[in-house]
Design a protein around this ligand. Structure first.
Ligand code: UT7
Length: 327
């Protein structure tokens, strides 16, 4: 068995910014409401309709390979987490491989909503630990603007577009992905989902005219579950591995709402200086929040730092992971 270590991280966000002031002109909301209730100031939006999730992901993967000094043809596996695949099938991972020149990679998509990236990382680690993968790319990419209803003020303020990618490699050093705890509960399905477009309710004239191809969320219910789930699972992984708050260098939390993040940090006994946060710039990018955080905070990370990654999202799905940073 090897240790699965992260050897590079990269991110990509589109250039166009959608600010709270822009949203004030689109729906009945205020900058102040959005800031105090969510912590978001602006999000990035891909306005070129010819560009999809795979394009953002391919950009992140190309940057990743350049950083690590490898050619994409050296990648063995690509696992892509997304709720906004280019198509229902085939997997976006295949398209990313084609767009980056990862000619020797096989791959597939994982769909676990906002927990997708963390679940994908846990899955990828198994291939690396068992020696089945030597260069495994985990990418989280979501073009949320394509499924956001910009007439619904309760959801359109939350989400943004972006992609992030990590390279996992085997190592003999006692670093990398140490442990994880994942959960899902399908009883939460109808509190956060897209009502139509799947086999339960295929696309039709009615589904389009009734605006059923957008994100539907019962915000308060999800909020309560998220605060409880994310805080509990983060405390659980610390307890299971005998980690005290002083042992944890960083909390890397899913960026859904600043209030959920604050509650999680408090439960873990962590001061805000140890909490990665970029929700103000990007909003909730679903599967891309965690790699975008690691990408931005990479210069501050030190070898041996204990990181706790933590998520909650549609499904419901939630989980936490303990990583020892390897460079
Ligand atoms: O990443 C996946 C997991 N997702 C999450 O974790 C999201 C969880 N949920 C949330 O973050 C929050 O529930 C929201 C940010 C979505 C909403 O915040 P809230 O504090 O739960 O607000 P609320 O839904 O209880 O609404 C409070 C009031 C309502 O008005 P009344 O009924 O009190 O008159 C809403 O109609 O705020 C109103 N409201 C707004 N007002 C101005 C809802 N959206 C807006 C808005 N601007 N954009």
């Amino acid at each position: 068995m090897y240790n699965a270590i992260i050897t590079a991280v990269a991110g990509y966000v589109p250039e166009t910014k959608l600010t709270n002031f822009d949203l004030e002109k689109m729906v009945d909301t205020t900058n102040e409401w959005i800031l105090t209730r969510t912590g978001v100031q602006e999000r990035r939006i891909e306005t070129d309709m010819k560009k999809n999730s795979s394009d953002m992901a391919a950009n992140a993967v190309k940057i990743l390979c350049e950083k690590r000094g490898i050619h994409p043809s050296e990648i063995d596996i690509i696992i892509c987490a997304t709720v906004t695949p280019d198509y229902i099938f085939p997997a976006t991972a295949s398209i990313i491989a084609a767009k980056t020149g990862a000619t020797n990679a096989w791959g597939y998509d994982i769909e676990a909503a906002c927990s997708g990236f963390l679940f994908a990382l846990g899955t990828a680690a198994q291939f690396v630990q068992t020696g089945k993968g030597k260069k495994v790319v985990v990418v989280g990419a979501d073009i949320m603007s394509r499924i956001v209803d910009y007439t619904d003020r309760t959801t359109c303020i939350l989400f943004g577009d972006g992609a992030g990618a990590l390279l996992l490699e085997p190592s003999e050093e006692e670093m990398g992905i140490k442990d994880f705890i994942f959960y899902s509960d399908g009883n939460g399905c109808k509190q956060l989902y897209m009502k139509a477009g799947g086999s339960a309710l295929p696309p039709s004239y009615e589904t389009v005219s009734n605006r059923l191809h957008y994100i539907y969320q019962e915000g308060q219910t999800v909020f309560k579950q998220a605060v409880y789930g994310m805080a509990e699972v983060s405390a659980q992984i610390m307890k299971k591995n005998n980690l005290k708050s002083e042992d944890v260098a960083w909390l890397v939390p899913h960026q859904a709402n600043k209030r959920i993040i604050d509650a999680t940090a408090e439960r873990m006994g962590l001061p805000k200086e140890k909490v990665m946060m970029n929700i103000e710039k990007y909003g909730n990018t679903t599967a891309a929040t965690l790699p975008l955080l690691l990408w931005e905070y990479e210069p501050k990370l030190k070898k041996g730092d204990n990181l706790i990654l933590s998520t909650f999202g549609g499904g419901f799905t939630w989980g936490s992971m303990w990583i020892k940073w390897a460079y």
